[in-house]
Ligand binder design. Structure first.
Ligand SMILES: Nc1ncnc2c1ncn2[C@@H]1O[C@H](COP(=O)(O)OP(=O)(O)OP(=O)(O)O)[C@@H](O)[C@H]1O
Length: 728
């Protein structure tokens, strides 16, 4: 059954078009623009990755490990899904994040498993339409399911035999790796020791190293947790819920003891984008209706040991849940999110509750007496009492300060973190705006051709290199040209000048650039706001996008027929983007042309349209063109509105035509832009080396008792793929 398997993976950090087709950096049209040379060998035909000989090895590994966007993502709504199924008399059961229908892959839709849940064994994601059949493991997009339902109704059911089902499930698991990585996982697993088989002293020492001295050997055995001596790592297994095979592992190592703080690193096989393990899933029974979801495996062990309540761990930390895992959480009528005590975990629990269904979600609010589960157990706190003291995720219509008090105090305590992500290239922007925050709306205006796109491209790239998932809506400039500008800003050089002499260097740069969480909508010219918003919603849901740039609003609106009131239409669209930013917790940057007027010194009122854009915006920036005054390519950024803390101001920018980059002007003792990222010679070594290689931590998160985060990890990912860092 071809074409039914679509990989839905989070954090696909490649340069891809969301709406249709594929644009990768090896796309011939990119190179055609970057140079007048022929595209590199092997890249003929759209979307085919250009694989130069030197990179074959790297690409060979990464091609397998880096899932591609196999099908265009066309936004589908829950209304479309219900309408299609109802028209074909397909019975539907409503769930929290998914709809359930009898699986057309099961003979007469009869499924194994308890009652209705077995019979309604196919889960359809309400947001994306993608589906997963829990019995046969067949998964795919909404388009695939529609085709299959039509096929079944036309030619009778096409059930899979049990043997086919098992083969399918194994084929999914096998596709996670290259063959040798499966052997690697097995080798590490077999070389690891169960805690019950370790000398008592050594076991106690290991538990002390990982601050889990209160976790019993029985609990560790129940969850299958082992210890891998060669790297002094705790090994958390990933067993397939269908074949019960070991399909992956996560190794957590202690990097260093600094006083009372512990530094941890984690390594997953397969890499994070494919590591879809809800740790603890094999222990879940069909009858379980209550769940505690944690951000770290040790917390799941602590919760289950202390309370007996079923507990699962998110695959890669508190802010990561691949949509393909949502069906496994559908059976729970109550989900308690106890993701950690840092502000990011608290924000993540609120965002995650929106996806899981707020009505069934309860949140453990971080606090002195409510640390993460592992530390609550170590401190002999009452975990059951903490779980009784949760707050509902469902927004209450009415709250008193008593309910707000903790949030207010939390914000005061963590004001630096809440200020947002800092730009590394524009320190003056940090001084005025304090950072880039989710959920805000920024408006940028400036004279035509003054460099708005160029400036925002660099600003957004700066944030993207720090992990901010970014989605571009470039309605005027083509994605290829925009990507070329960004690649120049990223490498701080004109690759077209080296492409002929050093093609492999260019491919290495393109490979590194592709690792960024950067996506492009493929809309150009006027586009209906509804389609744009649906695509943005999909991107936020599927790829954890937290920054959307719309360049530019007038181009998106287009030359509507004359009778439409352009100002009223623009106001409606600005309002829609404002609501999206607030609801999705996503920062939206809108580029709006100024009114046709003397383009000398623009004001807030110069923004085209009514005052609505300036009123709705949290931040308003004006790119002033100083050419006429200074006769140079100098520009000035004027922040005329800053809702976060009210500070406004201005600073000058010098433009470098070669690197297409701005730097704060010299006399403003600007810091030079950071050097381009270091190219790593080896992108992905043998998996066996991963486990022994040390990470170069640029900045380390440290846990101090009682386990407060002091700073966050920054890890040199490029030195070692498959590795993620985690505090604790
Ligand atoms: N400060 C600058 N000095 C000189 N040239 C610049 C400067 N900034 C950008 N440019 C160049 O000017 C051209 C237009 O830049 P850009 O597209 O960013 O302007 P824009 O304001 O977005 O244009 P539009 O109003 O059409 O959207 C580009 O080739 C860019 O490299």
């Amino acid at each position: 059954m071809n074409g039914l398997f679509v990989s839905h993976c989070r954090h696909l950090s490649v340069v891809k078009c969301i709406h249709n087709g594929q644009l990768t950096f090896s796309h011939p049209s990119v190179w055609a623009h970057v140079s007048n040379l022929k595209p590199p060998p092997g890249s003929q035909g759209s979307g085919i990755r250009a694989v130069s000989p030197v990179l074959t090895h790297l690409r060979g590994l990464r091609n397998d490990a880096l899932p591609t966007l196999e099908d265009p993502i066309n936004p589908v709504t829950i209304t479309d899904i219900r309408k299609f199924l109802s028209c074909r008399q397909v019975p539907i059961q409503d769930g929290y994040s998914c709809l359930r229908i009898p699986s057309p892959f099961e003979a007469s839709g009869r499924g194994s498993g308890a009652g209705d849940r077995g019979r309604f064994g196919l889960y359809i994601d309400k947001t994306t339409g993608s589906f997963l059949c829990m019995q046969t493991q067949v998964e795919g997009s909404w388009e695939d399911l529609k085709d299959h339902v039509l096929l079944v109704q036309k030619e009778g059911h096409t059930a899979l035999s049990p043997q086919q089902v098992h083969r399918k499930a194994r084929s999914i698991e096998n596709r996670l790796y290259k063959e040798k990585e499966i052997q690697e996982v097995q080798k590490i697993w077999e070389a690891s020791s169960a805690f019950v088989d370790i000398q008592k002293e050594e076991a106690e020492h290991v538990k002390t190293m990982f601050s889990m001295s209160k976790i019993s050997n029985a609990t560790l055995r129940k969850f299958g947790v082992k210890f891998y001596r060669p790297t002094q790592s705790v090994v958390f297994p990933w067993f397939s819920p269908h074949t019960h095979r070991l399909v992956g592992i996560k190794l957590v190592s202690v990097r260093e003891h600094a006083g009372t703080s512990d530094l941890y690193t984690q390594l997953t096989l397969p890499r994070p984008a494919w590591y879809h393990n809800l740790f603890g899933l094999p222990l879940i029974r069909p009858s379980d209706s209550q769940l505690v979801l944690t951000g770290h495996e040790m917390d799941t062990l602590a919760v289950n040991q202390a309370t007996g309540i079923p507990s699962l761990t998110l695959p890669c930390g508190p802010s990561c849940l691949a949509p393909v895992l949502l069906p496994y959480l559908e059976q729970f009528s109550k989900v308690t999110l106890w993701l950690g005590e840092d502000p990011r975990s608290w924000e993540a629990s609120r965002e995650l509750s929106c996806r899981l269904g707020p009505s069934r979600c309860w949140l453990v609010r971080p606090g002195e007496q409510q640390p993460r589960p592992r530390d609550a157990l170590t401190s002999r706190l009452n975990l059951s009492g903490i779980l009784r003291n949760t707050v509902p995720a469902e927004p209450q219509a009415l709250v008193s300060f008593r309910q707000l008090r903790q949030d207010v105090l939390g914000e005061m305590k963590n004001k630096d973190r809440l200020a947002g992500v800092k730009w590394s290239r524009f320190s003056q922007l940090n001084q005025i705006l304090k950072g880039h925050r989710r959920g805000e709306l920024t408006v940028l205006t400036g004279p035509t051709g003054s460099g708005k796109t160029t400036f925002i491209s660099e600003c957004a790239l700066d944030l993207c290199t720090q992990g901010v998932g970014t989605l571009w809506g470039s309605f005027e400039m083509s994605n290829v040209r925009l990507a070329r500008v960004m690649l120049t800003q990223y490498t701080q050089s004109r690759l077209e000048e080296t492409l002929e002499r050093q093609p492999h260097l260019c491919h290495s740069w393109a490979d590194h650039f592709q690792e960024l969480p950067l996506y492009f909508m493929t809309f150009h010219g006027p586009k209906n706001i509804k389609i744009v918003l649906e695509t943005m919603n999909h991107a936020v849901y599927l790829y954890d996008i937290s920054h959307v740039i719309i360049d530019n609003l007038q181009f998106m609106i287009g030359q509507e027929s004359l009778h439409v009131d352009k100002f009223a239409l623009q106001d409606r669209i600005v309002r829609a983007f404002r609501q999206f930013a607030s609801r999705a917790g996503c920062h939206v940057t809108l580029i709006i042309h100024p009114r046709k007027e003397e383009e000398g010194n623009l004001q807030m009122a110069s923004i085209f349209g009514s005052a609505k854009a300036a009123q709705e915006a949290d931040n308003v920036l004006i790119l002033q063109d100083c050419t006429r005054v200074s006769g140079t390519s100098r520009r000035r950024i004027q922040v005329v509105k800053n809702r976060y803390d009210g500070e406004v101001g201005t600073f000058s920018l010098d433009f470098n035509k070669t690197t297409l980059s701005f730097t704060c002007s010299k006399e403003e003792n600007a810091r030079p832009p950071p050097p381009p990222p270091r190219l790593q010679g080896k992108g992905s070594g043998e998996s066996s080396e991963f486990v022994t290689k040390a990470l170069e931590l640029k900045e380390a998160a440290t846990w101090t008792k009682p386990n407060k985060i002091v700073k966050r990890f920054k890890v040199n990912y490029r030195a070692m793929p498959y590795v993620d860092s985690v505090g604790g």
